[in-house]
Design a protein around this ligand. Structure first.
Ligand SMILES: [Fe+2]
Length: 217
């Protein structure tokens, strides 16, 4: 059967360094917390400094039940990542291309292009696909903003991965270097360090609703 694609492109600018935005996309543990309405489990199958294969249990737009999908993320270049999703025995395949355009040190434009592989007769769904994917982009973007903001704030205070300040942890580090360089560059380091057992058993959403954890409307 002849195949084609439904396509959609979304973009937005965020007031953060490019690598911090990339970190957000490569941090898989937050998916079941920050995006708790859409995901209930994420497990990392394998990862290295260029790619990550994970398994996600998600509720996708217009699908009324949870499905498990495999997600392969690849860092193509310092400014581009590709994400391949597949589910339902590889019958449903989506490719996403993320472009990160550094406007300046503290501002970055993210453009996401989505491609859903379909048989040709479903081409009439193009408009609907575009509407859903744009809506999805805006919703997820808004959910991610507070953690990006928080991470950048503590980064500027001198922290790294919430493990304290280098010159406080290590007496050999010169504290003056921090005062002279309060605007240190944010650099992406993959794989992102983990605090849960996401690699062995997966990271779960523990509660359906919890005001204390922010799992509530
Ligand atoms: Fe996110």
């Amino acid at each position: 059967m002849m195949k084609t694609y439904l396509k959609s492109t979304s973009e937005a600018v965020a007031p953060f360094p490019k690598d911090l935005l990339l970190w957000n996309y490569w941090d898989h543990e937050h998916v079941v917390g920050t995006h708790f309405e859409h995901y209930k489990k994420v497990k990392i199958i394998r990862e290295n400094e260029k790619e990550c294969l994970s398994e996600r249990t998600a509720k996708l737009p217009l699908v009324p039940f949870y499905i498990t999908e495999q997600t392969l993320a690849k860092l193509e270049s310092p400014n581009k990542m590709l994400v391949y999703h597949s589910t339902l025995f590889n019958l449903v395949k989506v490719k996403q291309v993320f472009d990160f355009e550094e406007i300046d040190k503290n501002n970055c434009r993210v453009t996401r292009s989505d491609f859903l592989e379909i048989p040709y007769f479903l081409k009439f769904l193009q408009k609907l696909f575009d509407i859903i994917m744009k809506k999805w982009f805006v919703a997820v973007w808004a959910e991610d903003m507070p953690m990006r903001e928080r991470r950048y704030k503590v980064w500027k205070l001198g922290f790294k991965d919430f493990k304290g300040i280098d010159y406080v942890n290590d007496e050999k580090v010169n504290s003056n270097s921090y005062q002279r360089h309060p605007e240190r560059d944010y650099k992406l380091e993959l794989p992102v360090p983990k605090i849960t057992n996401i690699k062995k058993e997966g990271s779960f959403r523990l509660f359906k609703k919890s005001k204390h954890l922010g799992y509530s409307k």
